[in-house]
Design a protein around this ligand. Structure first.
Ligand SMILES: NC(=O)c1ccc[n+]([C@@H]2O[C@H](COP(=O)([O-])OP(=O)(O)OC[C@H]3O[C@@H](n4cnc5c(N)ncnc54)[C@H](O)[C@@H]3O)[C@@H](O)[C@H]2O)c1
Length: 237
């Protein structure tokens, strides 16, 4: 094993001051995305009772290079010592903290159609620090229905529902035409972290964090890469 070791808390790099310095750093988006992969792998290792892991093992489990692992983890602090591997529990805590996952995230979903319902029923969010606290819709036939353990609220009451449930993230699972108005209302109600599935560009002020999920674009990227691969069984000329 050649991985660097995370120091025990209280040593120079693990001291509260050092952690604050580290947290002030901006982590590049691609590294943030990989940190979420490491966290998922580390949580599996934790559940299995594994105490240490090398950067090579972590890299293999996440499908990235060990150089990437070491570089990404260096954003959380410089850990220098080689040969012992990372302490799984400590590293998992550090990544969770860097990703803001030690904070309570309470998610309201607007749009209780196919997508909104599937998301509301998905049990995996809670394990990863996201509590789905509300599901809202505009359709009188849908309002009041039970989805999982939630009852669909009337979107006319959006502001009151967000306030009552202390939601601090909103997922928009709405038709494109309704998304901007709803996005504006959500921001006006004080929620500044929004994930949108609507196939439309949304305008938000600078202080708002907006992420857009576009599966069609992902599929197009996949198609581009797939057509560049040789057909199975094809021989190169
Ligand atoms: N990004 C992706 O990967 C992806 C994948 C699937 C769907 N989508 C998009 O997600 C959105 C939802 O998809 P779906 O399949 O669940 O659609 P759906 O038609 O099943 O559900 C939409 C829901 O939104 C509700 N709604 C409409 N206007 C509203 C408003 N102003 N306030 C509150 N609720 C309102 C409707 O009553 C309906 O229940 C669509 O825009 C779709 O294009 C994106």
């Amino acid at each position: 094993m050649t991985a660097a070791q995370i120091p025990p808390q209280g040593s120079a790099a693990g001291s509260p001051g050092a952690e604050q310095d580290v947290e002030a750093r901006v982590i590049p988006p691609a590294a943030v995305a990989r940190l979420t992969l490491y966290l998922r792998a580390l949580n599996v290792l934790l559940a299995e009772g594994t105490e240490r892991v090398s950067s090579e093992e972590l890299a293999e489990g996440c499908g990235v290079s060990s150089t990437n692992v070491r570089k990404d983890l260096s954003y959380l602090g410089s850990y220098g010592t080689r040969g012992v591997g990372y302490e799984v529990q400590y590293l998992s805590r550090r990544i969770s903290k860097a990703l803001g996952l030690t904070q309570e995230w309470r998610v309201a979903i607007v749009g209780a159609g196919n997508l909104g319902r599937a998301l509301a029923r998905y049990a995996g969010f809670e394990n990863r620090g996201f509590d789905v606290v509300a599901l809202l819709d505009a359709d009188q036939m849908v309002i009041g229905q039970e989805v999982g353990w939630l009852r669909v609220s009337d979107v006319l009451d959006l502001e009151a529902v967000l306030h009552r449930t202390r939601a601090n993230m909103v997922v928009l699972a709405l038709p494109a035409g309704a998304a901007q108005t709803m996005c504006d209302r959500v921001i006006e109600a004080g929620v500044h972290s929004i994930l949108s599935f609507a196939p439309v560009m949304l305008q938000v002020p600078e202080h708002v964090n907006l992420r857009k999920v576009d599966m069609a674009t992902e599929l197009q990227i996949l198609a581009y890469h797939a057509q560049r691969l040789p057909e199975p069984g094809a021989t190169s000329a």
